[in-house]
Design a protein around this ligand. Structure first.
Ligand SMILES: Cc1cc2nc3c(=O)[nH]c(=O)nc-3n(C[C@H](O)[C@H](O)[C@H](O)COP(=O)(O)OP(=O)(O)OC[C@H]3O[C@@H](n4cnc5c(N)ncnc54)[C@H](O)[C@@H]3O)c2cc1C
Length: 379
């Protein structure tokens, strides 16, 4: 067992760090202020090979593996998690195709990403069903060699720009989660509409929207796996993407801590730098040790994927711990900055707003605990 990165991983990290420092950070305040989707930055990240890194080599991707993906993601999250989420949203939609698609489906839906900067989005949540995925209402009815979809989705990251969507729908309304099926839905189908960009508290560079399906016809060949496999496919995808989300949270917390350290070394109160007051110094000590712990949990969950081990429990550990840790660290960073922490001229308040979503998307912190308890008691 080793904890050190090899030379290739260090190069990967440095490439992503450089991009985060020179490209993401200077533009992050503009995208946070305006909510403008960072199209140019996404193109640059694509040209540098920082997007779609997990698509297997036989389908035109880099096939970098989960741990390497996390190393990249931490650096981009350090730059700005709103922009990192916009860059990485593809991964969540592609994961079900990588995990459950046939060779033809993988060729059709994944290979084009190697020659063009395309966007894909993961559409599971609905206005009436988020944590309780089995309660979704969108239906898909088989008609000959087509499926006809009706329903609504909500909070879909990248929906405004996606070329195709991973969609979960009910093919049997009476069968609970066993009645759910997974589809790839191209954007340009008749009856599919996408709503306005949501005006969110944080990660404002990322695009989230509602969607509606009104008698949307898609080829039956777009069904992933068999009818009834959808729930399991969607959940397995989360096992693969939660470590990535956790890695972005580690990056955010690192950024908050670094800002707190710089500020606490400069700012004086009662005749000395504030970090020398135990109340402040200990807050920063906790930040540093929690970040280290979160990274190790994240890397372990990713390492399990790379070694073909089931990682449901570790992915939930990593997502839960990191989300709650990033929120705590960001709040404490605001505290270290005092009044300046409450002001938009300083970096801490944006980090605090951006951190909150880690406790909500890809399964809330409560749902991660539900998964952890269920896994433990199943044993
Ligand atoms: C910015 C953003 C981006 C998103 N991107 C996507 C995306 O790309 N694709 C997608 O499909 N979805 C996406 N989501 C949706 C996200 O995954 C859901 O918001 C999340 O799963 C919570 O669902 P909900 O909002 O319906 O809350 P609810 O499920 O209504 O939960 C409300 C509260 O109740 C708690 N709760 C619910 N059930 C339990 C329980 N059993 N035990 C304890 N507490 C419980 C929750 O933890 C939460 O605190 C996104 C959301 C946001 C805000």
């Amino acid at each position: 067992m080793g904890f050190d990165l090899d030379e290739d991983q260090k190069q990967l990290r440095d490439l992503a760090h450089d991009f985060a420092e020179k490209e993401i950070r200077p533009k992050a305040p503009f995208h946070d202020e305006t909510g403008d989707w960072p199209k140019e930055l996404l193109h640059k990240a694509y040209d540098l090979g920082l997007v779609n890194v997990h698509i297997p080599a036989e389908y035109g991707g880099l096939g970098l593996g989960a741990l390497n993906g996390c190393i990249l993601e931490e650096e981009m999250g350090w730059g700005c998690t709103g922009i990192a989420t916009a860059i990485t949203a593809n991964s969540l939609a592609q994961a079900p195709v990588i995990l459950a698609g046939s060779t033809e489906q993988k060729k059709k839906w994944l290979t084009p990403f190697s020659s063009e900067h395309l966007i894909s989005a993961y559409a599971v949540t609905e206005p009436g069903a988020g944590s309780d995925v089995a309660a979704i209402q969108t239906t898909a009815v088989r008609k000959g060699d087509k499926y006809v979809l009706n329903g609504q989705k909500m909070w879909i990251t990248g929906a405004g720009h996606a070329n195709w969507f991973f969609v979960l729908a009910k093919t049997d309304k009476e069968a609970g989660h066993k009645g759910m099926s997974a589809f790839v839905v191209p954007r340009d189908v008749k009856g599919l509409s996408v709503g306005k960009k949501e005006n969110n508290m944080g990660q404002r560079a990322s695009d989230t929207r509602g969607m509606a399906f009104e008698d949307v016809e898609i080829d039956a060949a777009n069904l992933l796996g068999k009818e009834g496999d959808g729930f399991v496919i969607a959940m397995k995808a989360f096992d693969h993407t939660r470590p990535l989300v956790a890695a972005a949270g580690v990056g955010l917390a690192r950024a908050a801590m670094e800002n707190a350290v710089l500020y606490a070394a400069e700012r004086k109160a009662f005749g000395r730098p504030i970090w020398q007051h135990e109340g402040v110094g200990f807050m920063i000590a906790d930040m540093a040790s929690d970040i280290e712990a979160a990274r190790l949990l994240t890397w372990k969950a990713a390492h399990q994927i790379d070694n073909n081990k089931r990682n449901t429990l570790n992915a939930a550990y990593a997502k839960r711990f990191t989300a709650d840790m990033a929120m705590r660290v960001a709040i404490d960073a605001v505290q270290v900055f005092g009044g300046n922490g409450f002001n938009k001229e300083y970096p801490a308040e944006k980090l605090m707003r951006d951190a909150k979503i880690f406790q909500i998307y890809e399964g809330t912190s409560q749902i991660q605990r539900v998964i952890i308890a269920r896994e433990l008691f199943a044993k």
